[in-house]
Design a protein around this ligand. Structure first.
Ligand SMILES: [Zn+2]
Length: 306
């Protein structure tokens, strides 16, 4: 090889290395649970690498962080939690991991609903005062997305325009989803819009879309209802002619199955409340989750006999 050729080759290699170094490494973001992880991916796009601590089909209320979670936080530039008492273990984890970055509470600025204790049958005195399941109202998620875009832009100012554009595109999809849910339920008479779910996760959904949810288990998905609590719920189902009961992907179906048998209501399929499904399931993204729940609820209402 001539000297000139060797120099050219060395120059080409140096240029390639420089180009690689200029392409910024993705921003490391940790999200507490799968639904939030999806929202961060929608806004962050390719600029962001998202790690989710509580994965698909898992319950974030009662999560016990592992040592590997602390290591993930240690490597993160931004940590995103839901707040409202849903995932307060993230704060403890951040402290113990020595995490010094920003902890974004994605629900900041939404109007929290009080814990209405629709599950008085499962009366649990450890229940929080506020319902944390704010993502079940699509309009709240538009706020989540705005908060996430702001935090990403602050952590990575070069990407700010990209984050804002992604957030605007995704928020438009959310607004159209919200409209679809309203228009679809409009076909169901008000007196038939009553269902039972496993745990009390649909307060915001019910409030936003005018559906009455009764739940067997409380907001934290924790306390087992007493025998008298279950009997009381079954009497209420019969009295109010609740046509259909649903199981949840993150809950043991046996309690709901028992309530269904004894009340004579119909079993309406599986709702996704607090977690996405895996990639092959019916709810691998937030929008797919809400569409799945809408279809499942409609099938329950339309097939009911009340
Ligand atoms: Zn929950």
């Amino acid at each position: 090889m001539s000297v000139r050729r060797a120099l050219l080759a060395a120059f080409a290699l140096a240029s390639a290395l420089a180009a690689g170094a200029l392409r910024a490494a993705p921003l490391e973001v940790v999200a507490s649970f799968s639904i939030l992880g999806n929202l961060v991916s929608e806004v962050g796009g390719e600029r962001v690498a998202v790690t989710t601590l509580v994965g698909p089909d898992a319950d974030a209320h009662n999560y016990q962080p592992r040592p590997s979670d602390a290591r993930r936080l240690g490597a993160a530039t931004l940590v995103v939690a839901n707040g409202l008492g849903f995932d307060s273990w993230v704060e403890r984890l951040a402290k113990s991991a020595g995490y010094k970055g920003r902890l974004l509470v994605a629900s900041t600025g939404i109007e929290p609903l009080a814990n209405a204790e629709t599950s008085e049958h499962a009366h649990d005195h450890n229940e929080p005062a506020v319902d944390p399941h704010a993502w079940q109202d699509v309009r709240n998620v538009v706020r989540y997305v705005g908060n996430i875009a702001d935090a990403l832009a602050e952590a990575d100012p070069t990407g700010a325009a990209t984050y804002r554009a992604n957030a605007a595109r995704y928020s438009a999809e959310l607004t159209s989803l919200d409209e679809t849910i309203r228009q679809t339920f409009a076909a169901i008479p008000r007196e038939r819009r009553k269902v039972v779910s496993s745990h009390d996760a649909f307060g915001y959904f019910g409030h936003a879309y005018d559906i009455r949810f009764l739940a067997a288990v409380g907001i934290s998905n924790q306390a087992e209802p007493s025998a008298s609590g279950i009997a009381q719920l079954i009497r209420q189902l019969r009295r109010e002619k609740v046509p259909v009961v649903f199981v949840e992907s993150i809950s043991d179906p046996r309690l709901v199955e028992r309530i269904r048998k004894e009340s004579g209501a119909k079993l309406g399929g599986t709702l996704y409340s607090d977690a996405l499904s895996g990639p092959g399931g019916p709810a691998p993204t937030y929008i797919a989750l809400m569409r799945h729940n809408l279809r499942t609820l409609m099938a329950g209402f339309e097939g009911g006999n009340g």
